[in-house]
Every structure is written in C-alpha cells, then in structure tokens.
Design a protein around this ligand. Structure first.
Ligand SMILES: *Cc1c(COP(=O)(O)O)cnc(C)c1O
Length: 401
C-alpha cells in the first residue's frame, strides 16, 4: 500500500517533534507541549483533504466505527444492514454496540446494492452501515434513495476508501458520518489509528466524548471537565497521530499516482476478450488502491490466483478469505464470544447457518484482486502486466485448471 511504500523521513520528523517534548497525550499539558498538537493537526489535514467540516482521530478504524454507531444512537436491538463482503470489524462493531446485524446482498460494485438493502429492511432497521470496499464508491444515489424512502440512517464505514470520491464529494460525507482506518494495510498508515469525518458538529462531538470517557475537552483542567455522557478510551496517541499527519500530507500525490497506474492497467487488461472488471459507480473517483478482475467462473478465478501465486505475484481470492467474506465467518454465524451479547438474547432475524447469498457468491467467487503499487517504475509495471496478461489468457483458454 502507498503509505507503507512511501514511509520515510517526513514521518520520522513528525515523530521526533513529539519525542522532543515527551507529551505523548493528545489533550492538555499546554505549557509542556511547546505548541506540538499532532492529533489536532492530523484531524485538520484529513478535514482539508476530504472537505469535511469536522474530523476526529481515534485509536483505530474499528473504534471509529464503534464511535460513529454510538454517536448516531445505534444500540440495543437496532437492526443495522451490513454487507457480507467487508472486513469483520464492521460486523463486530454492530454486535458490540448491542445492535443486530442484518446482511444484504452485494453486487458487482463489490458493495451493498440498493436492491439488496431494500430486501433486507425490517421494521427495526435503524441504519445501513455501508462499506465502500477496496477503495471505491458504492451506488450512492441508489442507496441514498432507499434510505430516504425507508427512513433509515446511512453511516459509512469508509475504512478502505480514503482518497475516493463520488461525483466530486469525498466518501464518508454522504451519510451521517464516515470513518477511515490507518492500520498497516490501508492506503495511509499510522500503525494503528482511525479518523471519523462528519459535517454534523454535534454528532462529531458525541463521538469525541465517547472516545474519551465523556470528557468535553473544555478548559485546561482535565480533572474538572464536564462529562455529558459516559464513554471509554478510544483515544489516539500523539506518536501515532504524528505518523498519520505525515502520511496524510502525501495523500494527494499518492492517489494521483495510483490512478495513473490504474489507467495503464485498465488499458492493457481491457483488451483481453471475455475478462470483466469491478463495476465502478464513479470510475474517476476510485482511490485506485486495488485492481479487480472478474473471471468467467469461480474455477477460472481460483486457477488464476494459483497461477499468479506460482509466479510470485500475490493476489487476493476473497471468496476463501477468513476475514473478508461471510462464507468463512463461522465465529460470527455462531456468535462466538466470551460473554453474552444482546444478539444472543434477542436472536438474529436471519439464520446465518443456512442462509445463502447467491448474488454475492456469484460475484466474490469470480473475483481476483491485486494491489496497485505506487512505487512501480514504468518497466516494473510493464513486466507485471505481461505476466498477468499471459496468466489470464492461459486461464481463459482453459490451459490452466
Ligand atoms: C480495516 C477496516 C476496519 C478496521 O480498521 P482498524 O484500523 O484495523 O481497526 C473497519 N472496516 C473496514 C471495512 C476495514 O477494512
């Protein structure tokens, strides 16, 4: 991913600023910190980059989702529509909130479809937790229309889609709130961290209270601050924030370069007869962190994944992945937790052990994805594409099974 590929001097400089004052905590200590406020700067940088009015940095993309659900009032027994193709964190956050996940079908956008959401609505549906998978937008217009018609909230788990827009607006700004992850596998990383964006100041403030035991962060005496609600510790530390700040400043260049690489890949692979691609809702807005191939059959997709692997080219075959597709989520299907959840008490409206997701299976079983590298030279990209082209053609001709 670009963040790890371009990690360097800029990150070290920001971290040293923090180490030189020793103030590792993001709030208070005004005199000691000598004007160094990395979390605040990190938030300002993400607000500027996304065009959001407000941003809040927290400890991870997972705690960002939990903070959003809390701020939006999603809790006991509320039904939340979620996709079967996402990182498990999305589903865990719903269950930990005391809410009930209701799965809906995705389509070739790799995201929840408007139709899937409509079919999954129940009388208790409070929100859609929409995941913009692998760096590009879901069908925002269609989904917003269903949310309006059914009077349900849209909340965006934008963990994987920092840098991606839909019709010129950054993802995460279409719903009540949106969140990004800065873990080690995302477009930009700070080790562990997350950022929530919103144009609704009150919602963001509630998320802020939630992320720091209810502290309202007014005044200079932390022990005497008001506590409008309870919360917990989802705070980011200054060192992580410092790295996030340096990485965020690199985003415009990273995204531009990724998009240029994606255009070359699309041009080349687009010439192969019978090969299909992820359906883009706004192709120009893709953050271009991944490239997605849709093979004619599941067998062909798995064969391609194996064939490229044998040549040292790593690809993702998500259908078998333990953490990204529902097929392998036994622990979630059985609600395996060390303690009793609201979901155990109320039960799930869907029997996940017998239920099938035929539309989602039909897409994910044929999907092979690879990372677009930001540091590729022209020659490296060409060499990579020659191998992919040859492997795809061999697989499509039935020469590899
Ligand atoms: C990565 C990710 C998360 C969780 O982010 P962390 O920073 O790893 O906690 C949540 N949702 C999605 C869709 C993700 O990809």
């Amino acid at each position: 991913m670009p963040g790890t590929e371009l990690f360097g001097e800029e990150e070290r400089k920001e971290v040293m600023d923090v180490l030189n004052t020793g103030v590792l905590f993001r709030y208070n200590h005004d005199a000691q910190r000598k004007g160094i406020w990395k979390a605040k700067e990190f938030e300002a940088e993400i607000a500027k980059f996304t065009g959001a009015k407000h941003a809040l940095a927290v400890s991870s993309g997972s705690t960002a989702v939990s903070s959003m659900l809390a701020a939006c009032g999603v809790g006991y027994g509320d039904h939340v529509i979620v996709p079967p193709f996402t990182f498990v964190a999305t589903i865990e956050a719903v269950l930990l909130a005391g809410a009930i996940p209701v799965f809906a079908e995705i389509d070739e956008t790799l995201c929840l479809s408007a139709e899937g959401i409509r079919n999954a609505c129940t009388s208790k549906t409070k929100a859609v937790l929409l995941v913009h998978m692998c760096g590009a937008a879901a069908d925002i217009d269609g989904i917003l229309a269903v949310c309006k018609e059914k009077n349900i909230m849209l909340i965006e788990d934008t963990a994987q889609a920092l840098g991606a827009t839909y019709k010129g607006t950054h993802l995460g700004l279409f719903g009540k709130m949106g969140s990004f992850s800065f873990d080690f596998f995302k477009i930009a990383t700070c080790g562990e961290g997350g950022v929530i964006i919103s144009n609704d100041e009150q919602l963001l403030k509630t998320a802020e209270y939630m992320s720091d035991h209810g502290h309202n962060h007014e005044g200079e005496n932390r022990g005497m601050e008001k506590h409008p609600i309870m919360g917990t510790n989802f705070r980011i530390g200054e060192i992580n924030a410092a790295i996030g700040l340096a990485q965020s400043r690199k985003l415009p260049k990273m995204v531009a370069k990724q998009r240029a690489h994606k255009a070359i890949i699309q041009e080349r692979l687009g010439k192969i007869p019978g090969l299909a691609f992820r359906k883009q809702c706004d192709d120009a807005g893709d953050s271009a962190t991944f490239f997605h191939l849709l093979l004619p059959s599941a067998d062909a997709a798995f064969a391609l994944h194996k064939e490229l692997g044998a040549q040292g080219i790593g690809t993702m075959y998500w259908f078998n992945n333990m953490y990204h597709y529902i097929k392998q989520w036994d622990h979630i299907k059985h609600l395996r937790m060390p303690y009793r959840l609201v979901a155990h008490e109320l039960g799930l409206p869907q029997d996940l052990n017998t239920m099938t997701f035929s539309k989602s299976d039909a897409v994910i079983s044929r999907l092979v994805s690879f990372n677009i590298r930001v540091t590729w030279t022209e020659e490296e990209l060409d060499g990579f594409l020659i191998k992919v082209e040859e492997a795809v053609k061999r697989v499509m001709d039935g020469m590899v099974v």
